[in-house]
Design a protein around this ligand. Sequence first.
Ligand SMILES: C[S@@+](CC[C@H](N)C(=O)[O-])C[C@H]1O[C@@H](n2cnc3c(N)ncnc32)[C@H](O)[C@@H]1O
Length: 226
Amino acid sequence: MFALPMHTGKLPWLDSAVAEPAGSRGRVDHWDDAYSTRGVQGVSWYQPVPRVSLELIEMLEIPHDAALIDVGGGGSFLVDELVKRDFTDVTVLDISSSALEATRHRLPAHAPVRWVCADILGWEPDRRYDLWHDRAAFHFLVDERDRADYLSTMCAAVSPGARVIVATFAADGPEICSGLPVFRYSAADLTRALGDAFELVATQREEHVTPRGVTQPFTWVAGSFR
Ligand SMILES: C[S@@+](CC[C@H](N)C(=O)[O-])C[C@H]1O[C@@H](n2cnc3c(N)ncnc32)[C@H](O)[C@@H]1O
């Protein structure tokens, strides 16, 4: 486990946020602090191998040259696994530059990864993605307007027929994550929350075990965006 330094200035390798939506500064501080205090392997959502993500990516038959984005990817090891599997166009977006920096340092210097430090609620995508992946970021949007913002950003960021994978705490999961309230979803609720353009292909339930040995049920949905 390793602790991370706090970063308040702009890092040269990061594509930065375009806008600073309401409450963004507090969110930046919260997440930078979470990663700096506990390290990417000490946070409750840490998983050494993102098994369900990889299974769903395989099930959806995502081509290796597809444009993938991991929204709220933070310190996740998904990008490591994607690079190992020769995916050539991967973007990791997160509000925490500390998390992105730690993740970037784990990877080979020339890994084909683009790092975007942005609040998803103010982000303006400058290209389209073939896969939108989000494990445990969407569930922090407890305000209906924020969920609507997220969905309109997703619509603007994905190519026609893009694949979407989203995971949240399950309906019987914890009510709080990282000290913040979350919205919990059944597969049906999450499918509905992703809007009419989302077409469900598969769901999964995962019993995630935190580094402290606590079990947290997750709901996963995978599908495509019309
Ligand atoms: C519970 S963690 C999950 C991290 C990662 N997806 C994983 O599975 O390990 C939530 C992540 O979402 C990021 N995040 C939270 N709110 C965000 C926002 N408004 N915009 C972008 N990232 C956000 C946090 O910095 C954190 O990395």
